[in-house]
Design a protein around this ligand. Structure first.
Ligand code: ATP
Length: 206
């Protein structure tokens, strides 16, 4: 099984890294692919360039072989669609179950995503929740796919919906950008190598 964690990663921080590792261990994954989006479809443009966000991901994961940086969305022209990304991964890994991780906020908007129903033909959808997260009620399309059995995710290649509670660190990229703009030090929220990169490239400074 392979896990997929997409995001803006503007910049990558310990919240992402800790979640990726925890998910890798919980689901006994071969690896988790961290996939930075080029042009996000559902939010404003990132502050750092695509290349900078990619380089920061590479610095953050350099000694962690089970976290793989996948630049495919940056190599494709136009907007980044999960549908295209999962289609490409399904082609590359025809015999492996794919777990596409999404945050519960994103899941509440899921039915607005491009070809969202077909995403279940390509991967399982695993919604990452915090303890006591409020979720919208599930309609029948989701209810019929819902499982709480991790073995089923392993046995089937795609098609299931799973909710996984994890301990999310209270860190966001927005907080880091805001701290830097206010000339405060975001150290210990993200790897030192990424912090050095931010200083060197004067990123997020006002
Ligand atoms: P921003 O503050 O710019 O919105 P972010 O910190 O939420 O950014 P994203 O790049 O948007 O980071 O997140 C990528 C993925 O990582 C999303 O699925 C998001 O739910 C998840 N994620 C973000 N922060 C955390 C965290 N602290 N713990 C666990 N997962 C996180």
């Amino acid at each position: 099984m392979i896990g997929i964690l997409g995001g803006t990663f503007d910049p990558i921080h310990y919240g992402h890294l800790r979640a990726a590792l925890e998910l890798k261990e919980l689901f006994e994954l071969e690896h988790v692919r961290l996939i930075p989006c080029a042009q996000p479809v559902h939010r404003d443009s990132p502050t750092a360039s695509a290349l900078q966000r990619l380089e920061m991901l590479q610095l953050a994961t350099q000694n962690q072989t089970d976290l793989i940086v996948d630049a495919q969305e940056l190599q494709r022209a136009g907007g980044s669609y999960t549908f295209d990304t999962l289609t490409a991964l399904r082609r590359d890994y025809p015999e492996t179950s794919l777990l596409s991780f999404i945050g519960s906020d994103a899941f509440n908007e899921f039915t607005t995503w491009f070809r969202w129903q077909e995403l279940f033909d390509l991967a399982h959808i695993v919604v990452i929740t915090r303890p006591n997260t409020a979720l919208n009620p599930l309609d029948n399309f989701f209810k019929t796919r819902l499982t709480d059995d991790r073995q089923i995710l392993k046995q089937e290649l795609a098609g299931r919906l799973f909710f996984q509670e994890i301990t999310q660190l209270a860190i966001s990229a927005t907080t880091i950008r805001t701290l830097i703009a206010a000339q405060k030090n975001p150290r210990f929220l993200l790897p030192d190598a990424v912090l050095d990169y931010l200083s060197h490239h004067q990123l997020y400074q006002r």
